[in-house]
Design a protein around this ligand. Structure first.
Ligand code: SF4
Length: 195
């Protein structure tokens, strides 16, 4: 399931500087559109394939490359690999033109990634990948970076990253200059629905 936006990405949200989606400070992109429909998904507003923010892939690349003080880039969603032509182009460009590390979240299972021919790109181009559907019955809020125990974190063949996830829960609260507040991460039940 994918929708063709040409050389544009359909993006739900961007955080130019976040601390909780991988090692170090990172530029984080949530893609719009997911057909995987995990029960209990907290990002249901990112399921629709309707255009939300259409951003040309070259513009997103330049924004990432000119972003100060980041160690890497994290892609999640929605499902990033529904926009796979552009995302593999983008990741390849980042890898060729910078030392930024790449962390890819995907809801596909490992066997699906093999069927869809994504696994070799993951091993060539990514530094960390979080793989698998979110399962509400396996929810674990004490495992860094993933939301349920069935999901796996891999360090692909060409990974340049050695920092491993810890058994902690992280939440990030961002207050903008206009005093708007965003809560990111996997908050516990008390905050569920407020991010
Ligand atoms: S893959 Fe992610 S965005 Fe898609 S339904 Fe599952 S948890 Fe939600």
């Amino acid at each position: 399931m994918a929708k063709d936006y040409g050389e544009y990405f359909n993006i739900a949200h961007i955080e130019p500087l976040s601390h909780i989606y991988g090692p170090g400070e990172r530029f984080v992109v949530w893609f719009q559109g997911c057909a995987l429909a995990c029960e209990g998904c907290w990002n249901r507003d990112m399921w629709s394939f309707k255009s939300k923010q259409l951003v040309h892939r070259k513009r997103l690349l330049e924004n990432i490359l000119h972003s100060p003080n980041i160690k890497g880039v994290t892609f999640l969603g929605g499902e990033p690999l529904h926009q796979s032509d552009n995302i593999w182009w983008l990741i390849r460009q980042i890898r060729e033109r910078s030392h930024l590390t790449i962390f890819l979240f995907t809801g596909y299972e490992e066997y699906e990634l093999r069927q869809k021919n994504h696994i070799s790109n993951i091993h060539q181009l990514c530094d960390i990948a979080a793989i698998g559907r979110y399962r509400d019955d396996r929810r674990n809020i004490n495992q860094q970076w993933i939301g349920s125990d069935n999901q796996i974190i891999i360090y692909p063949d060409n990974s340049r990253e050695s920092i491993k996830p810890q058994r902690i829960n992280q939440v990030e609260i961002i207050i903008d200059s206009d005093e708007s507040v965003r809560i990111l991460g996997f908050p516990d039940e008390a905050l569920k629905g407020k991010y």
